[in-house]
Design a protein around this ligand. Sequence first.
Ligand code: NAD
Ligand code: UFG
Length: 338
Amino acid sequence: MTEILVTGGAGYIGSHTCISLLDAGYDVIILDNLSNSRFAVVSRIQEISGKTVTFYPYDAANELELEKVFARHDISCVIHFAGKKAVGESVHMPIDYYRINLNTTLSLCTVMQKHNVKNIVFSSSATVYGTSDIMPLQEDFPLGECTNPYGWTKWMNERILRDIWNSDPSWSIHLLRYFNPVGAHSSGRIGEDPLGIPNNLFPILLQTAVGRIPKLIIHGNDYPTPDGTGIRDYIHVMDLAEGHVASVKKCLSDSGVNIFNLGTGKGYSVLEILTTFEKTIGRRIPCEIGPRRPGDVAICYAGTQKAETELHWKASRDILSMCKDAWNWQSQNPFGYE
Ligand code: NAD
Ligand code: UFG
């Protein structure tokens, strides 16, 4: 069986990806220090898939711990999710963000190289495009200026991984640029469980619906969009998970640095999401219009042709199923994994 190491595999995107990897017949090894997740996730992955995963509560920046994992397993490919991801927090804690998000990749690649494992799929973000006015965003667009330290860590990780390939072209590196992952596994057993007060639209809608947050503030209704609110490319997390399986499959037979947008290619406004979500739960969500949020762009959506052609993958779940599955998770687990 082909063994895949998933760093950050107990996290939101990682846990859903583990399900898709197990469904596709891969053996999964999760390495996660649980700094932003819980062990219960690992049990739930096993419960949903009916399969066993190997779990290491290790730090992805710790070479000694990584050594133990690579010595014990015959790893074919690594999916590297581990890291910190909160945009606002990164502005206040830049040292932590640069240290953790860069050291995890550097340590991981050091140990991978030592064990001659040279296939890696990296979690990047559409944030590396900066504030482009041209949509859809295509993989060959020049990288932009990021608006926060978190974004720069993704930008720098992409640079580091390219330089590793420049030094040794036998590496196969996939840089996956995610758009806005939302939703949950249809079982409602795993989903997004942000620690502290969330900043992203879906977690805020969900927590408002279960009464944990009093209301949604819409960040600006004066953007140059049909209803004045910001437009984003929301992608169901299970589509994203399946995109990783397609990427792993190709990464194992590729060499070089390959970049793929993982989005749907369609944009929805905040008001469109709000209306669909209200329809899903059958009631209104308290909300008010506030000022624009600094750093936000009006419109952002992916060019999807490259992933369709080269990965043979296309997102298929619509915005209604994103809302339904997100609500199924949150209504069954109003306080997440607690
Ligand atoms: P998450 O926080 O839910 O998952 C990250 C996981 O990594 C957590 O389980 C955490 O405990 C673990 N982790 C953190 N530091 C670690 C370390 N040093 N060693 C081992 N484990 C560690 O986040 P997510 O939403 O699942 O995101 C996964 C990846 O995708 C991240 O790299 C994130 O930056 C990237 N990404 C996420 C989004 C998004 O909107 N969620 C968008 C673009 C890119
Ligand atoms: N929004 C609100 N009110 C809120 C939260 C969000 O109106 O309380 C709006 C935003 O202004 C934006 C849209 O909802 O128009 C989506 O905002 P999110 O915060 O959910 O997502 P972003 O597009 O701002 O950010 C996401 C990820 C980042 C990533 C970025 C670029 O969270 O990690 O996409 O791909 F960097």
